[in-house]
Design a protein around this ligand. Structure first.
Ligand code: BGC
Length: 339
């Protein structure tokens, strides 16, 4: 019964049931355009009734000019160790809801496995679950349109060292390609997807339907001021003025990544960037303007960190955009879907 009802959802949402045409990774990246990270920390995964993110938010994102959403999946806690790590029905229903709603608004969807902390602490202890996740997700979405793309793992880090990550990503990609030979797949360097570690990333050369991703939070003293999880809880009051040397630092980092991408002939997604809510709003807006425009100038797509929870773009209490952040990300006059 469950299978039947899911098939129906797929049919309704994705009329093209045959394998989609091969997608050009650069064209796919252009379509990812301007995006936002969503629902990683939303209680909707525990219970839909408690959800903060609602169907209307997909529409609001589209109307504001965004092209894509990066759905952050903390999936491990929803996998059943007694059933070959099967993902639970309620989790699938929530994911189907998100993918169907985003897709029907014309938004591209990145399915991003966000279990970087657990895997980084103990890669071997989590390898089965990591592969079981991709085995199931790639089977489930094999008939989804090209607008659904997979990101193998957010911010590989710690014990998932650059050489080990290169092995893992190759293995996961081979598994994904069994059922999704034409789906665009995203992967970035180890060391938290840092721009400084792109050189250590080895993407399988023969697979041209890949997008390379990097994250950018430099300078950390500014972007993570007040953030307990990076040991900066009491380090507040750091400004970012957009001074020539500050802009130059971004330019240098992005040019280095762009040079790598040119040499490898890979498109780039800036999959996370932002400045935590404890920084002054005007400085955050200046910083976001500089980072997004620098990414766009190099033909990269981007996804802001994040819609709700922290670094917020949408204020759930006021039921309204955080205007300075929105205006910095999407400059006035930008048409929905246009770049
Ligand atoms: C993590 C978040 C964190 C953000 C910025 C993300 O990848 O999932 O927990 O807030 O990076 O540090």
């Amino acid at each position: 019964m469950k299978c039947l009802s899911f098939a129906w959802i797929l049919l309704a949402a994705f009329p093209v049931m045959a394998q989609p045409n091969p997608a050009d990774a650069f064209e796919q990246n252009r379509k990812l355009g301007r995006g936002v990270n969503i629902i990683g920390y939303d209680p909707l995964w525990r219970s839909r009734e408690q959800g903060r993110f609602q169907a209307k938010h997909f529409r609001l994102l589209k109307e504001a000019g965004f092209n894509s959403v990066r759905v952050n999946l903390h999936a491990f806690r929803h996998m059943d160790r007694n059933a070959d790590w099967a993902l639970r029905t309620a989790w699938w229903e929530t994911l189907d809801w998100a993918v169907t709603n985003a897709t029907s608004q014309g938004l591209m969807v990145i399915l991003d496995l966000h279990e970087f902390n657990a895997i980084g602490e103990d890669p071997e202890g989590h390898k089965d679950r990591f592969l079981a996740f991709w085995r199931q997700v790639s089977a489930r979405f094999q008939s989804a349109p090209n607008s659904v793309v997979f990101e193998i793992l957010n911010e590989p880090c710690k014990k998932l060292t650059p050489p080990l990550w290169n092995v893992w990503l190759r293995e996961a990609l081979a598994l994904i390609r069994e059922k999704n030979p034409t789906r665009t797949v995203i992967a970035g360097p180890a060391f938290w997807n840092s721009v400084d570690h792109l050189n250590e990333l080895e993407l399988p050369a023969a697979d041209r339907n890949l997008i390379a991703t990097v994250h950018y939070y430099k300078p950390m003293a500014f972007t993570h001021q007040g953030a307990g999880w990076t040991g900066q809880k009491d380090k507040l009051g750091v400004d970012w003025q957009g001074a020539p040397e500050e802009l130059e630092a971004i330019r240098r980092d992005f040019d280095k990544a762009a040079a790598w991408a040119r040499a490898q002939n890979r498109p780039v997604l800036l999959g996370e960037f932002g400045a935590y809510d404890k920084a002054a709003m005007d400085a955050r807006a200046r910083y976001l303007t500089a980072v997004t425009r620098a990414a766009e100038a190099r033909g990269w797509s981007w996804a802001y960190w994040q819609f709700d929870s922290d670094f917020i773009l949408w204020d759930m209490k006021r039921d309204a955009w955080v205007e300075p952040i929105l205006k910095a990300l999407i400059p006035a006059g930008a048409k929905p879907g246009a770049r």
